[in-house]
Write a protein that binds this ligand. Structure first.
Ligand code: IVH
Length: 661
């Protein structure tokens, strides 16, 4: 085979694996094998630029940076939908349709809470992706859409067509993104839709490539509605072409069944791995579309039933103040526990003083609570009529609740900080962060035990972790810690010394040095002593390191106490070199898992990553060697196989228990 054929063959099989993983949710090879194929393709394309192609899977890595977004005029307008808010509205919709055509069925689909996009294919190749914009003109987002792994770059048939669908960020990806942003001191996205929109609006496609966007395609944009007889068939056809089509779509002949289906979806709305904000009901028979007609903005053959954002009333018992690792103070409302969309909420963040003042929130107020973006509980507002007349106005604290040092507020920042480096809350949080999974990954050294050891005087700073063994005899006598658990902990602490430099760097909690930056710094400078000596120009010479991070790193190493801490850790035997690996083995080390069916608290990909982080191996097929099969919803043949082979089958919540053990 010639190089050209090699390249084409690689592209084809990589895209087949992509489809299996991201569309079918059924991986066909291991990540390592996939990476090898992709690496080989990148090498070949670099060596042979004459064969470069805009629809190569290497395009998914991103890297294209735009100066600005180009405007795109839609060939066919991107319409919106009229809304329904209750069963009566749906019945009225049915009546309006029936006035025109008597014999219709309906397709009921989840309304995905993301942003609409249009994809144009020519001869089976993705040539352009655009946002909805005002419906007539949108913006060209091809560079970012190409990074969405479930969007085919090449169709299974050489067709020229345009499709419409919803780009969204799965809940798990949203939570992960915000977690990372929090660690990097970046502002958080309010909900998955904002995160998806913010990602699609990036000029640099590398950012989108890192953020796990996804897309369901739900319509074919074509003038002539009789090409496919029914919407059901369109969905089938889209699936056949390689698109990810939401499996929830279901046909009903009668509006009463439609209403039942809508109610079921609403009741189970929290169960999906992505957010839905309603249900779309569409007439199935497409040849009736023109007869039923359109308004200026929307088709009359479809309607969007909008969910009520579930708001629940409860009362604030107290407002307390959390002190973070950096000293940042966060007011927290402690609530009388209430059930909001399937989970019990007893606390809600009040963000900062300005937020509380703006809403005039007071202790003992009755408040309405809603899950912001359906995930994070938020106080929506106060029910003023129920407030006691003498309820005192909220007053921000002036001193740290832990060490009583006067709080500081910098310039126009909204947050207050405790400036005391010896503040016990800051110290404990610093140790918790250091031991956490993403940092030094010291199994068994969690929040409670750290607080306990701190209060007992065994653990006053990070370095004390590595001196804990000196107190072994006392520790094993303490109630609650047996010889076994203390020895296990001490062993885990010992093992953590060998972690590669990036873990230590991240663990130190240097401002703006999140997990990713820590890795970049470690990989570039290789040793702590080299990094310590780095000046601004050496730091900013690295692509991802800007002046903000550089000056924070320099300032950190300038401080004597940090210098002392690092010397201390080095003398205690911690590795300060980049070795590129995490040596602390997880609890699930050596165990083999197979994931099947739909998971609700995370995507399968997330589950896989979490399991692998604990040392487990996740494979695609069940055999006698499999230790566990985790069966999500609608688990199929793999579950049957597990049962027949006598392999242990666990539920999603049991999986979570194992992961959190
Ligand atoms: S059909 C002609 N189906 O909801 C209208 N829309 O207000 C085509 N959406 O802009 C839309 N899920 O962004 C349709 N299954 C679904 C949808 C869906 C989400 C969004 C879409 C549209 C808005 C309608």
């Amino acid at each position: 085979m010639g190089v050209k054929q090699d390249i084409e063959h690689l592209r084809k099989i990589i895209e087949q694996h992509n489809h299996a993983y991201y569309v079918e949710d059924n991986p066909t090879i291991s990540d390592v094998e996939y990476d090898q194929l992709l690496k080989r393709l990148i090498e070949l394309e670099e060596a042979h630029p004459e064969y470069k192609s805009a629809s190569s899977p290497t395009m998914r890595i991103g890297g294209e940076v735009l100066d600005q977004f180009e405007k795109v005029a839609h060939d066919m307008p991107m319409l919106s939908l009229a809304n329904a808010f209750n069963a009566d509205d749906l019945s009225a919709f049915d009546k309006r349709v029936k006035q025109v055509v008597s014999n219709v069925s309906y397709v009921v689909e989840e309304k995905i809470d993301g942003l609409a996009a249009s994809l144009k294919y020519e001869d089976g190749k993705l040539v352009r992706a655009a946002t909805r914009g005002n419906g007539t003109t949108g913006e060209d987002i091809t560079h970012n859409v190409k990074t969405i792994k479930s969007v085919p770059l090449t169709l299974n048939e050489n067709e020229t067509l345009e499709v419409r669908g919803e780009i969204f960020m799965p809940k798990a990806a949203f939570l992960k993104l915000n977690e990372t942003r929090e660690k990097q001191d970046e502002s958080l996205f309010k909900n998955p839709r904002n995160a998806a929109a913010g990602t699609i609006r990036q000029l640099n496609s590398k950012i989108a490539a890192e953020r796990d966007l996804d897309m369901f395609v739900y319509a074919l944009a074509e003038q002539d509605h009789d090409q496919a007889a029914s919407h059901e068939m369109v969905l089938k056809q889209l699936k056949k072409l390689g698109f990810k089509v939401n499996p929830s779509a279901q046909r009903y002949d009668d509006i009463t069944d439609v209403i039942k289906a809508v109610e079921t979806i609403e009741a189970e709305r929290g169960d999906q791995a992505y957010e839905i904000d309603g249900v779309v009901v569409k007439v199935n028979e497409r040849h009736h579309y023109n007869a039923i007609g359109y308004t200026a903005k929307s088709p009359k053959w479809a309607i969007a039933y909008k969910f009520k954002a579930e708001e629940v009333m409860t009362q604030i018992d107290t407002i307390t103040f959390q002190v973070g690792r950096t000293g940042q103070i966060t007011p927290v409302a402690h609530l009388k526990p209430v059930d909001v969309q399937g989970s019990t909420v007893s606390r809600a963040t009040l963000h900062n003083e300005d937020y509380i003042k703006e809403k005039d929130i007071r202790v003992h107020d009755f408040v309405s609570i809603k899950k912001a973006g359906d995930i994070i509980p938020e106080v929506v507002g106060v029910i003023r009529e129920k407030r006691a007349q003498d309820a005192p106005v909220f007053k921000m604290i002036e001193a740290c609740p832990k060490c009583h040092t006067t709080l500081e507020r910098f310039g126009s920042e909204k947050d207050y900080y405790c400036p005391n480096d010896d503040c016990p809350a800051k110290r404990v949080e610093t140790i918790i962060h250091f031991a956490s999974r993403a940092a030094m990954n010291i199994e068994g050294l969690g929040t409670r035990i750290i607080e306990h050891f701190y209060n007992e005087g065994f653990l006053m700073n990070i370095a004390d972790i590595y001196r804990l063994h000196e107190h072994r005899d006392i520790l094993i006598k303490r109630a609650g810690f047996g010889v076994k658990s203390i020895d296990k902990l001490l062993k885990n602490i010992e093992t953590s010394k060998d972690n590669s430099l990036e873990h230590l760097l991240f663990g130190l909690g240097i401002r703006f040095v999140g997990q990713k930056v820590a890795k970049i710094l470690a990989a570039n400078f290789k040793t702590m002593s080299a990094l310590k000596k780095a000046n601004e120009s050496e730091l900013t010479a690295i692509e991802e390191i800007g002046p903000k991070i550089a000056s924070s790193v320099i300032a950190y190493f300038k401080q004597d106490k940090n210098q002392t801490l690092i010397d201390d850790l080095t003398n205690l035997g911690l590795n300060t070199n980049y070795t590129g690996k995490t040596l602390n083995k997880g609890v699930l080390s050596g165990k083999t898992f197979v994931l099947t069916g739909t998971l609700t608290t995370m995507t399968r990909r997330e589950a896989k990553a979490k399991l692998e982080a604990q040392g487990a191996t996740v494979t695609g097929s069940v055999s006698k060697q499999t230790d566990y099969v985790c069966a999500g919803q609608q688990a199929g043949s793999k579950l049957e196989k597990a049962t027949s082979l006598g392999v242990k089958v666990i539920s999603e919540s049991e999986l979570n228990d194992l992961l959190n053990a």
